[in-house]
Write a protein that binds this ligand. Structure first.
Ligand SMILES: Cc1ncc(COP(=O)(O)O)c(C=O)c1O
Length: 460
């Protein structure tokens, strides 16, 4: 009788080798975490723009070595967002001007301008900065209720695409200045359409109670002036009704219908509206940045395409700010102290309202995560904290009564969705340093954290 030769199947050998590699590289603990807890693994699902873990375990390990606080930019998410918008814009034949007030970081602007977008600016310095970051003058528009004479002059000499004018007096001044300097200035008229954007009252801009734009009662005087003024070219109409708009289809459909009526009125008086600029305002998901890493641009573009009435010779513009950049950054901070008050527990962070003023200014919500605790334990005990900054103001609060895993001094924290209206509004209040920028693809350039308790780091 022939003894059967013992065999080991190829699959078993491969499985054994693979398991060995996994365990050697990650250890069983980390393998288990990566498998069952998504924070431990970057989910490469950006192609369908659905879910994306920005702060995965490898990233956290790098960030932990950097001196806090700092703004961390995920360049992959940023570029994918911009590319996605560029694609949609082309499909819908809608031109995009990025509202640079949301974030003026040079690297971001250079990428956005390289995609052929224009820039929407609200100050003379923004105009000059946009131009220096690659936006051609002919693709820069300039809005804002209070442009100084110097700002108007500089932009006029640069030959920008259009001034988005917000009052009759501003139009008279631009006309005079153009006359004086022997040029013709392109202007669009910003209209206040009196539409409720259903957003926070501090970021609503299209109601009669707001300071922006020109309203109905001045239309006839305006049209009369535009018809006879010799030193300005009437380019079109501009609208921007507010920011962080989440009822996207409802609000933007309504805006388009109102815009159609106003365009029809201006054209019925003999003016040609060459350009219809609908402004920005698309909201982002501050509650769930990983679940909705990219704003709902499809719904926005569809709402516009299906509701705006346009001729072949009319261009349509949008001006997204927040939606292009908000989700790609997190403000990374550290817990300095844990303090139990009489009725509350406080987590005192090293980032404050000087770094990001939105919570103090608008009561804005940002998701806050304890990145260290996520690595410490699978099933942590949760506790309610008032998370606060170091600045000497009672309004320097990141979030009250937030439920977080038990947190300790030194824990690394992430304040999410801070790419828009974050760094641009930072100040040096309390003489704090400005939080630096750290890019995901240039982590080695980031300023390293110093351990002040380690004597070996001391200069002898
Ligand atoms: C004229 C104008 N256009 C566009 C925007 C960008 O808005 P958002 O960041 O909400 O897209 C703003 C911001 O307030 C604005 O004032």
């Amino acid at each position: 009788m022939v003894e059967p030769t013992p065999t080991i199947s190829g699959t078993a050998v491969c499985g054994f080798i693979l398991m060995n590699i996994i365990l050697r590289k990650y250890g069983f603990f980390r393998y288990f975490c990566k498998r069952f807890f998504p924070i431990f693994e970057r989910q490469q699902a950006l192609s369908n723009m659905k879910k994306y873990i920005m702060l995965d375990i490898n990233t956290i390990e790098h960030l932990d070595k950097i001196a806090t606080p700092f703004y961390y930019y995920d360049m992959e998410l940023f570029q994918k967002t911009v590319d996605h918008v560029a694609e949609l814009a082309q499909q819908h034949e809608i031109k995009v001007h990025y509202a640079i007030k949301a974030n003026v970081e040079r690297r971001l602007l250079e990428y956005i301008s390289s995609k052929g977008f224009g820039a929407d600016c609200v100050s003379g310095n923004e105009v000059l900065h946009a131009h220096s970051c690659g936006f051609p003058a002919g693709k820069i528009v300039y809005a804002g209720v209070g442009k100084s004479d110097k700002e108007i002059y500089d932009a006029m000499m640069l030959g920008i695409e259009a001034f988005n004018c917000e009052s009759l007096q501003e139009i008279f001044v631009i006309n005079e200045m153009a006359h004086l300097h022997g040029v013709k200035a392109n202007i669009s008229v910003r209209i206040n359409p009196d539409i409720d954007a259903h957003t926070h009252k501090y970021v609503t801009t299209g109601l009669y109670e707001n300071k922006f734009g020109i309203s109905n009662h001045e239309f006839d005087k305006l049209i009369e002036f535009l018809q006879k003024s010799e030193h300005i070219n009437f380019f079109g109409l501009h609208f921007h009704i507010g920011s962080q708009i989440t009822r996207v289809n409802e609000v933007f459909s309504l805006e388009c219908k109102r815009v159609n009526e106003i365009v029809r009125y201006f054209e019925s008086k003999g003016l040609t509206v060459k350009n219809i600029n609908l402004g920005g305002g698309l909201g982002v998901d501050y509650d769930d940045p990983d679940g909705s890493p990219v704003a709902d641009f499809e719904t926005w573009f569809n709402a516009i395409s299906s509701n705006i009435i346009r001729r072949k010779d009319q261009s349509v513009h949008v001006e997204p700010g927040r939606s292009l950049v908000a989700q790609c950054a997190s403000l990374i901070s550290r817990v300095l102290f844990v303090k139990s008050g009489e009725t509350k527990n406080f987590l005192i962070m090293d980032a404050g309202m000087n770094d990001l003023i939105r919570p103090a200014l608008y009561g804005a919500y940002h998701k806050i995560e304890n990145l260290s605790a996520a690595q410490r334990s699978f099933f942590p005990t949760y506790q309610a904290y008032d998370i606060v900054g170091p600045v000497c103001e009672s309004s320097d609060v990141w979030g009250a009564g937030r439920l977080l895993p038990l947190s300790v001094r030194g824990d690394l924290m992430a304040i999410r969705s801070t790419g828009a209206y974050g760094q641009v509004m930072a100040s040096r209040y309390n003489m704090k340093d400005l939080a630096p920028t750290v890019f995901s693809d240039r982590l080695e350039e980031a300023p390293q954290a110093v351990d002040y308790f380690d004597l070996s780091t001391r200069v002898q």
